[in-house]
Design a protein around this ligand. Structure first.
Ligand SMILES: Cc1cc2nc3c(=O)[nH]c(=O)nc-3n(C[C@H](O)[C@H](O)[C@H](O)COP(=O)(O)OP(=O)(O)OC[C@H]3O[C@@H](n4cnc5c(N)ncnc54)[C@H](O)[C@@H]3O)c2cc1C
Length: 477
């Protein structure tokens, strides 16, 4: 066990800080930004292990393409993300998704079918048999589950809308959002709003009707119709990015915070002693601080705290991550058969394909491909297909091309290809996640000045990270 109290690094000088933030992804950058606004004079630093800021957020610009490596946008429903955008002067750079890209598809039996978004389209969809549709329409009559024990997303969906609809709609949605397996992920941890809707209103359809009714009443009182916010997965929102790519957000934050950012500093351990937190990086440089914010992935936080609090470290290391491969391809428009009149498609796992789904990036945002070309971002892997990481670039493209070609018709040689591998891409809120999170929080509460932030705890999206970052910054005194 390593004890740091009183030790200095190889330079013989221990740096003394008020707050040290570990990790320069959106979570760490947003905490640093919020702290800077709150209390400009206090000494704060952000240490990032690599030589770039942004973590999973990044954009490459090459040969006329603008390619997001990880996230390609966020829903404009989180006020704190929009506040952050305003505070760093990026409001005029925002780019909402093209409204014409609203249509989404699901692949079934070798064809793409539009996702039914209304009762009428559900009635006519070819994605389910008449019996399976009848089961979906029974949803309002299915009693609510009263016990509060954990339940998988698949079990919840199968119970409410039937197994066929769960496999056709919910399973691909879960792989699209979490890179996860619907039978493994916890509904109350991943979609707490859905669980609340069931408890409060007795079912999803009843909840939607009640909410619509409430909105109408509210708009009647205010004399105007409020924008629609709501859907079975929680509040709605419009997919939004920035005009030249999502990394505009993290690049601007990094530029604003450059005086306090230290790159190539991987924190290897942290310890709380008499004088607050002692931290050491991989070169043996040490620092002492009052507040330590771990804004790195849960497995990295587990490693940092391993010798300090074994129980906390173990709970953090139990949060699994799914591997994801993002394949960005460019194609001559004339060499793609499909009209690309939508957002893209998802593939249910029972279709025997390896592709999770494909986003038609250049149909969603402007200037993502050169004139006469289109860009797709296709996802492979996920928690259900961990061996995907062993595939070579060539094997990845061969697999993907066969599947893409069968669904939308693409030429064998793409005009452009980049492959991004994320061995530990997205944290998985598996069954038991809430209890694990409670255990983590109980241990963190024992250590004054320790804060955890990131996508491993309350939500995996960019909005969740920003929201948690502002909350954590507000608790740091
Ligand atoms: C393929 C993919 C697609 C996604 N799509 C979307 C999407 O469309 N919309 C959306 O909202 N979200 C999406 N997400 C999720 C979103 O990208 C993440 O939730 C978010 O970017 C996580 O930010 P973070 O700062 O918490 O973590 P990270 O981005 O992982 O950043 C953590 C940082 O900590 C650093 N670090 C690690 N260990 C140490 C250490 N010991 N010392 C110092 N630094 C350390 C890392 O180098 C990294 O820079 C996607 C994720 C992936 C992988």
């Amino acid at each position: 066990m390593r004890r740091l109290d009183g030790e200095a690094g190889p330079t013989g000088r221990m740096q003394i800080l008020d707050t040290l933030i570990v990790g320069g992804g959106i979570s760490g950058l947003a905490v640093a930004h919020a702290l800077r606004l709150q209390r400009a004079s206090r000494e704060c630093e952000l240490w990032e292990s690599t030589d770039r800021l942004g973590g999973t957020i990044g954009t490459d610009r090459a040969e006329g393409y603008s390619i997001d490596w990880g996230p390609n946008g966020f829903l404009d429903r989180e006020p704190l993300t929009l506040q952050l955008v305003d505070e760093i002067g990026l409001r005029d750079q925002l780019e909402p998704a093209n409204p014409r890209s609203g249509k989404r598809f699901i692949a079934k039996n070798g064809r793409l079918h539009p996702v039914p978004l209304s009762a009428a389209s559900m009635f006519f969809t070819a994605l389910l048999s008449p019996l399976e549709k009848a089961r979906v329409f029974c949803e309002p009559f299915i009693p609510a589950r009263r016990e509060d024990s954990d339940e998988s997303i698949y079990d919840f969906a199968a119970r409410r809308i039937g197994r066929a609809a769960a496999e056709t709609f919910i399973d691909p949605m879960v792989s699209g959002i979490f890179g996860g397996v619907a039978r493994q992920l916890s509904l109350p941890a991943c979609f707490p709003v859905m669980r609340e809707m069931e408890i409060r209103y007795g079912g999803l359809v009843k909840a939607l009707v009640a909410r619509q009714w409430q909105r109408r009443r509210a708009s009647g009182r205010n004399g105007k119709v409020k924008k629609k916010v709501g859907g079975p997965a929680g509040p709605g929102g419009h997919l939004t990015s920035f005009k030249t790519g999502i990394d505009v957000l993290t690049q601007r934050l990094a530029a604003h915070l450059s005086p306090i950012i230290r790159k190539n500093r991987q924190v290897v351990c942290a310890w709380r002693g008499e004088n607050g937190w002692q931290i050491m990086d991989h070169k043996g440089t040490t620092a002492q601080c009052r507040n330590l914010v771990l804004a790195c992935p849960a497995y990295a936080a587990a490693q940092i705290l391993k010798d300090f609090d074994r129980e906390l470290s173990e709970a953090l290391s139990e949060i699994p991550y799914a591997p994801i491969i993002v394949v960005a391809t460019g194609h001559r428009r004339s060499e793609v058969r499909h009209s690309l009149d939508g957002f893209g498609f998802l593939i249910p796992r029972n279709q025997g394909m390896r592709t999770l789904g494909s986003i038609w990036t250049s149909s969603i945002f402007e200037a993502r491909a050169p004139e006469g070309f289109v860009q797709f971002r296709t996802m492979l892997g996920g928690a259900g297909d961990p061996t995907v990481m062993e595939l070579s670039d060539d094997q990845i493209w061969r697999t993907l091309w066969r599947e893409l070609d069968s669904l939308i018709g693409v030429a064998e040689d793409p005009a452009f290809i980049r492959i991004y591998r994320w061995p530990r891409g997205i944290p998985q809120f598996v069954l038991g996640h809430r209890e694990r999170r409670d255990r983590i929080e109980r241990r963190v509460a024992c250590h004054p000045g320790l804060f955890l932030v990131g996508n491993a705890y309350y939500g995996v999206g960019l909005n969740d990270c920003v929201k948690m970052a502002y909350q954590v910054a507000g608790r740091i005194n």
